[in-house]
Design a binder for this molecule. Structure first.
Ligand SMILES: [Zn+2]
Length: 98
């Protein structure tokens, strides 16, 4: 399997992901956010096989994100606790100095 089995270059933006404007019923419109509407700014679209792979991996990606979120939360709690301890330690040192 090669990458071109999973995705194809977007034909609307030729792979740039950018589209400065488009024509609606013959009237040119400015595309304010600049993203190609054909590929949401990615520059490629998924093939049927590519979409199948994404659907296959979605549950695992969701698990990984949830795991990462929990790890980040735990890390944040540790940092807050350490900062609180440090602050309390500094206060007690100040009190010791008096
Ligand atoms: Zn595109």
């Amino acid at each position: 399997m090669v990458i071109t089995d999973l995705k194809t270059t977007c034909s609307r933006c030729k792979g740039s992901g950018y589209n400065p404007g488009f024509s609606v019923m013959g009237v040119n419109q400015i595309n304010y956010h600049g993203q190609c509407p054909g590929c949401s700014g990615r520059g490629f679209t998924l093939t049927e096989l590519g979409q199948d792979v994404v659907n296959l991996l979605k549950p695992y990606i969701r698990e990984l994100l949830e795991e990462e979120r929990k790890t980040a939360d735990a890390r944040r709690r540790i940092t807050i606790a350490a900062a609180a301890r440090e602050e309390a330690g500094e206060e007690s040192q100040e009190q010791d100095g008096d």
